[in-house]
Design a protein around this ligand. Sequence first.
Ligand SMILES: [Zn+2]
Length: 395
Amino acid sequence: MLKLKNERSSIIAEKHFDGVRFYINQVLEYYINAFEILIGNKSPSDAVFILYNNSYLDANFINTLGGKLCFMKRSEKKITKLKIIEIYSKPNIYINNLFIVHKAGFKLFFEELKTNLKLIITGSPKELLLFQEDIKTKFPFVKENNGLFKEPLRRLLLQSVFNYNKFSNKQGLPKSSIRSDYWERYDLAKELNVNTCAYCNRVYTFTVISESGIGVISPTIDHFFDKAKNPLFALSFYNLIPSCTNCNSILKGCKELSLEDYVHPYLGGFGGHAKFNYIPLDVDSLIGESVNLKVFIDLDELSPINHQIKNNIDLFQLDIIYTQHGDQVRELIKKKIMSNNRYIEILRHETYKGLSLTLEESYRLAFGNYYSESEFSKRPLSKMIKDLVERLKMI
Ligand SMILES: [Zn+2]
């Protein structure tokens, strides 16, 4: 697994915050206003003015937001302008009882989210967990016995505040003059410029945006803390991990990961704590004539994060998947034997003697990959190649 954190991370996190906050604040404002009307601080007769005229959101979308507070038939899950005054005049008939009973508390709850929006979007993984714990303690009526947010707060309201579906769709929100440069998954991925999957470093994850601004391809974004169980973190910068579909959807899925048990790519990668190794399974593979070998990741027994690394290896099935790259390992062995261990030296000091190649340049020519760890995300298999080149004592 690659380490994602670098000197640009906090700058991109700020940019991400600037990009998503306008939309999130609009939705939070809507709910704060709706609870103001329920409390009686604002009149139901002004509901149309308060909830529609004040907002830059699309009217149809506002109807959906209102519907999430209500008991409505499936066919009527949107509050329309026509119906809104009746609903807020007789809330006991239409509005979900949870929101009626705790209306004053919910207003404060949504205000608290608004006040702490920057922390929620740019906080470190540990800060996010602490904030979530604190807000559930401060507003105990939002929490189920199992610790999750209560329904329909979790799946309906919070998912529309921290709306990942809209963020992930290049054409999700209509561009308006106010929001002409709104920020989406493709914009974030382009900034991050992580071109291989952070979890496996096997698959290219380029971001391509067409000249007309439409997203063509980008990495899938994994939520380290599952977004269904932790809707507050659905748009949190350090919870958005650029990755491949296999790692994100097939191998990890909705599995709940903790910082105690897994390596978080923004808190550290495998680095020197775990290195690739291989075992030849017959005489031919020993001399680079066969791919019959097993590739695996060796743990540093003294590493303090052994337990987390082992869980990552198991979750993403790295050992058995990397064994499929035996052909790459065979080539390395062959280069070592052919050159009598002098592959880079021959390139550098004999074949291309006049070019005064640096070690990094000759490494890239020799092995088709990047030498320094800070560039590992540029090409697939970079860590495996580097670890094995070192193990074979070719540098
Ligand atoms: Zn992957």
